[in-house]
Write a protein that binds this ligand. Structure first.
Ligand SMILES: C[S@@+](CC[C@H](N)C(=O)[O-])C[C@H]1O[C@@H](n2cnc3c(N)ncnc32)[C@H](O)[C@@H]1O
Length: 247
């Protein structure tokens, strides 16, 4: 059981586990976690597969948390983190075997295909890009798209097939695509346990309250999140997709 929020993406740890399995990781694989957040997945990769991992994020606050996590979990000899922009990766061509995007393409402002092309550049021939993104299905009412447009932290939501097209346009060959309905996704309660949720709430209560009182952008996002979650239950979910750079 964990007492921190498990992951900032739909499907939580279960979806991460499935995505990593699809990416054929091993001790010799070099992995880049793009938009790594607080470093949970990067550390998990190293512990489970023994791979060398680099996590990058545009937020220095997230990178500080990630560095602390790697130390605490005893994987700081195999996992590095640095502040970097997904659109301008500070790495040589062909330097990674696998790149992971977990709930990064949807919130990414700017032209998402440029970020995927940049990732394509730093991948070795035959290398893989694995992504988990929240999607809506063709049955979704137009209200969902209006809400997503209004959300301060969402910059374009995908349907499974638009995500596939984005991968293909960046030069990747899609080798796997799995759709999961929101109603089938593991619940936060199952993942964190009631004690974990309570512990998280107690520790975060004042922070969240202060944000609600002082940050109108945060308030707006919370309001839209509630409505979006209800609609996504019937008309959305997440996609696990793996694309390959031609060998
Ligand atoms: C929804 S969070 C997902 C974090 C993590 N991958 C997870 O699943 O828990 C999106 C992350 O993308 C990062 N991000 C946003 N724009 C970025 C950019 N241009 N380059 C790198 N990271 C970016 C954010 O700072 C944030 O940590």
């Amino acid at each position: 059981m964990t007492d921190v929020l498990p992951a900032l993406h739909l499907g939580g740890a279960e979806a991460t586990k499935d995505l990593l399995e699809m990416c054929r990781l091993g001790p010799e694989t070099s992995v880049l976690d793009v938009g790594c957040g607080a470093g949970q997945t990067a550390c998990e990769i190293s512990k489970r597969y023994g791979s060398r991992v680099m996590g990058i994020d545009i937020s220095d606050v997230m990178i500080k948390k990630a560095v602390e996590r790697a130390k605490k979990e005893g994987v700081d000899d195999k996992v590095d983190f640095r502040v970097a922009d997904a659109f301008q990766l500070p790495f040589d061509d062909g330097s990674y075997d696998v790149a992971i995007f977990e709930s990064v393409l949807t919130p990414l402002p700017g032209n998402k295909i440029d970020a995927l092309r940049e990732t394509f550049r730093i991948l070795s021939p035959g290398g893989l890009v694995g992504a988990n993104e929240t999607v809506f299905f063709p049955s979704a009412p137009s209200e969902l798209l209006d809400l997503a447009d209004e959300h301060p932290a969402i910059h374009g939501m995908f349907m499974p097939e638009t995500l596939r097209s984005l991968f293909e346009e960046s030069g990747l060959q899609v080798i796997e695509l799995t759709e999961m309905r929101s109603s089938e996704a593991p619940s936060v309660v199952k993942e964190m346990g009631v004690r974990g949720i309570l512990s998280f709430m107690i520790r975060s209560y004042w922070k969240i309250l202060m944000k609600m009182l002082t940050d109108p952008r945060f308030r707006k996002a919370q309001k839209i999140d509630d409505k979006l979650t209800k609609i996504l239950k019937d008309h959305g979910g997440y996609v696990l997709i793996v694309g390959q750079k031609p060998p």
